[in-house]
Design a protein around this ligand. Structure first.
Ligand SMILES: [Zn+2]
Length: 385
């Protein structure tokens, strides 16, 4: 029996939904779709209903590329069991399901008879299979202990490892050495918005990966909105929160030689005046490796570009950077709890990179690309927790 599925049942039991009578029928559907919580979609992404990615799910889920029995597609990734349940009901508010509430008032059989054939091309056969699992679903709900108000996700022992993520730039004016923006895409998108988007996704990805691997992690962003903080103030967040890892996220712009706009590459930097260079190098290499790999996956053409790895295979570059100042990070020669690096994900002033990541207009492929980079950053950070 799947522990994960038991937790889903407990969580569902404790949650209030608009049509409580539909709990057994919808749970029966999830038993079928997820193989009682044993599908990879359920295990990896808390998606127990095989929900494919749809733009209306922004804010409820994130898109993830996944190979199911019917081929590769984008699916919804949820960050918790509760988010899945909320997301499932959100999914039904989409246009194709319009009118389901009317059916729901007629009862669970009418409900599944209506949504089933929209949900699955097998139509009546699918509806029959779901109905056959209602008894099991009812028994499971009866047997389950309602989860406490917060969903009963696995508890992780030990003190949390603190990670601080710093989305580069922000706001409209220069503050303490931090410019409001640096790189600009060909159509005018700003680095500060891309860094914030990626940082937020990295935080979510890191928390869910930590949970999945039994690691206890706490994540802070230096800014959650479009504001600017000075370089020391950013590093001070790591010091104040007792961080073990600090990652500043930037995108590059090629300003040295105007007109030569085809420079591409990933680079990860560590500070030159540095009390713990070996530790910083390990972190930088972990980040660089994964972002480089992710970039090559989202854009295979990058592999052929000369000097695509701008660290020239070392995994890091050294530069005097205020945001990586050891004193501000809380490091001294005798105690250096914090490892820090700064990643320049790509050259956003090239047309190719803009096409891969631009935020407007919103598009699920580009959103998935940004998500992929965030997952790579989260993997790199998690490897050093
Ligand atoms: Zn920057």
């Amino acid at each position: 029996m799947s522990t994960l599925f038991d937790q889903l049942v407990s969580t569902y039991k404790s949650m209030e939904i608009a049509f409580p009578d539909l709990k057994p029928m919808t749970l029966a559907q999830w038993i079928l779709e997820s193989g009682r919580g044993e599908s990879q979609l359920a295990i990896q992404h808390f998606n127990f209903a095989g929900l494919k990615w749809r733009d209306e799910m922004v804010g409820f889920a994130t898109p993830v590329k996944f190979e199911a029995h019917d081929g590769v597609d984008f699916y919804c990734k949820f960050s918790s069991l509760k988010d899945f349940i909320v997301g499932y009901w959100k999914f039904l508010t989409r246009k194709p399901y319009k009118g389901w509430e009317g059916k729901a008032t007629e009862g669970p059989d009418a409900f599944i008879g209506f949504i089933g054939p929209i949900f699955n091309p097998a139509g009546d056969e699918y509806v029959k299979q779901v109905r056959a699992l209602v008894k099991e679903a009812t028994d499971r709900l009866n047997a389950a202990t309602a989860a406490p108000t917060t969903p009963a996700l696995p508890r992780v022992p030990g003190a949390p490892v603190v990670v601080v993520i710093d989305p580069g730039h922000g706001g409209t004016s220069k503050v303490g050495g931090s410019s409001p923006n640096n790189a600009v895409s060909p159509s005018g998108e700003l680095e500060k918005n891309w860094t914030l988007d990626i940082a937020k996704r990295t935080k979510t990805a890191l928390l869910s990966k930590a949970l999945a691997t039994g690691k206890n992690v706490k994540v802070f962003l230096t800014r959650e909105t479009d504001i600017n903080l000075g370089l020391s103030a950013r590093a001070n967040v790591a010091k104040d929160k007792g961080a073990k890892l600090f990652l500043a996220i930037h995108f590059n712009g090629f300003t040295e030689k105007p007109g030569e706009k085809d420079v591409r590459g990933v680079e990860t930097l560590i500070g030159t005046v540095n009390v713990n260079p070996a530790e910083d190098r390990q972190l930088a290499a972990a980040i660089q490796d994964r972002v480089l790999k992710a970039m090559q996956e989202v854009d295979p053409a990058t592999k052929t570009l000369k000097n695509y790895d701008r660290t020239f295979g070392k995994g890091f570059k050294e530069q005097a950077l205020g945001v990586l100042n050891d004193v501000a990070l809380g490091n001294s020669t005798s105690t250096h709890p914090c490892r820090a690096c700064l990643v320049e994900i790509e050259f956003m002033d090239t047309k190719e990179v803009e096409d891969l990541f631009r935020i407007v207009p919103s598009n699920s492929t580009r959103e998935a690309n940004r998500q992929k980079i965030a997952e790579a950053l989260a993997d790199g950070l998690l490897s050093r927790v």
